[in-house]
Design a protein around this ligand. Structure first.
Ligand code: PEP
Ligand code: MN
Length: 363
């Protein structure tokens, strides 16, 4: 069941706001100039960005990589944001980061994928946020474990944060894939089912790991009806100190945002009644399908009784071939694909066998 969750929609706390809600900026703040120039170029190339980002403390998988400039970078991003009139966000991984970010008037915080995996760390951050009114974005954990993600949302929510959204940045997998972090869309879709009010922002940069995948992944995210995008952008991506391959120039960012087809996330408009009527008809048909299936299983059980009395095997190959043949023919006349009919009847057949074996087991 979906949980009732008192969350403020992004449009109520974000200024400016446009749909989709776009966050952009460099993976890492590297220097005052780099941050300032990137931000300036972003607003020059697009008016679709509502929030700026820059990583200040970088959680690196291996030591001896660039671990972020630290506290010194906080005023760089804050001032760059002020100069162009946009709010800014940084990643926080512990209470000290929270404290420094708040001291430097950072507008929004995000919790990174390597932090969401640790309930201890998430709880420490939640405790540091008690009594603070700031929006918090929670990235999914690195591993495909929805409960860790849900747990982090619950912990931050319990700290009193109502301006809350999640960021879907894909999940790591042991197998080599075309993605850096395969999207596994079914996981954010399940999160949406459980918490319909929690806005979902898609991060195509960390998902794809290469800049040429950003457009397609962004479009897929919008097609799922998700609310926003977080895209890494750098004035000189190839020279970036972290995540060089997945960052785009502000110019390219502008092109990508312009090319995206934005559809309404929820149905609004005059035809709402018509849509509801059609959905009510679908619900009635679904009920009817289930009732018919129950009736069919009842008959299967009667057949099971007969087979039992005749000591006949449950599965009769010839009869099964006949059923499939009839169904494929009938389905074709109504425009249903063979693949669908076959899969559906395989499932129905499995359920029938299950019901008949129950009959056979009974003494
Ligand atoms: C980032 O946003 O730069 C980052 C470190 O992302 P993630 O936590 O998704 O790996
Ligand atoms: Mn990054």
């Amino acid at each position: 069941m979906a949980q009732q969750f008192d969350i403020m929609p992004i449009q109520q706390w974000a200024k400016p706001f446009s749909h989709p809600f776009v966050i952009a900026g460099p993976c890492s703040a590297e220097g005052e100039e780099q941050v300032f120039e990137t931000v300036k170029q972003i607003v020059k190339n697009t008016d679709k960005v509502s929030l700026l980002r820059a990583g200040i403390w970088k959680p690196r998988t291996r030591p001896n990589s660039f671990e972020g400039v630290g506290e010194i970078g906080l005023p760089w991003i804050k001032n760059a944001g002020k100069a162009v009139g946009l709010p800014v966000c940084v990643e926080v991984a512990n209470p000290q980061h929270v404290e420094l970010a708040l001291k430097n008037e950072i507008d929004v915080l995000w919790i990174g994928a390597r932090t969401t995996v640790s309930p201890f760390n998430v709880q420490d951050i939640a405790d540091a946020l008690k009594g603070v009114d700031i929006p918090v974005l929670i990235k999914n954990p690195v591993n495909p474990d929805i409960e860790l993600w849900v747990g982090a949302v619950e912990r931050i929510k319990a700290a009193g944060i109502k301006k809350l959204a999640v960021i879907h940045r894909g999940f790591s997998s042991y197998e080599k894939t075309a993605y850096r972090n395969p999207p596994m869309w079914e996981i954010p879709i399940e999160l949406r089912r459980r918490f319909p009010e929690v806005p979902i922002i898609v991060d195509p940069s960390h998902m794809g790991g290469t800049r040429d995948m950003i457009y397609t992944l962004s479009q897929q995210g919008l097609d799922m009806g998700f609310e926003g995008l977080m895209i890494e952008s750098h004035i000189n991506p190839d020279k970036a100190w972290s995540d060089a391959k997945q960052q785009v120039t502000p110019e390219r960012l502008g092109e990508i945002l312009k090319a995206l087809i934005v559809r309404k996330p929820r149905f609004i408009g005059d035809n709402f009644q018509a849509l509801n009527d059609l959905r009510a008809r679908i619900d009635r048909i679904d009920d009817y399908i289930i009732e018919l299936l129950c009736e069919r299983m009842g008959i299967s059980e009667e057949i099971g009784e007969l087979k039992k009395s005749q000591e006949l095997a449950i599965h009769q190959a010839e009869r099964w071939s006949q059923i499939v043949k009839r169904a494929l023919q009938k389905g074709k006349t109504g425009g249903l694909t063979d693949e669908f009919i076959l899969k559906m009847f395989q499932q129905i057949h499995n359920e029938s066998i299950y019901h008949q074996s129950k009959v056979m087991e009974k003494n």
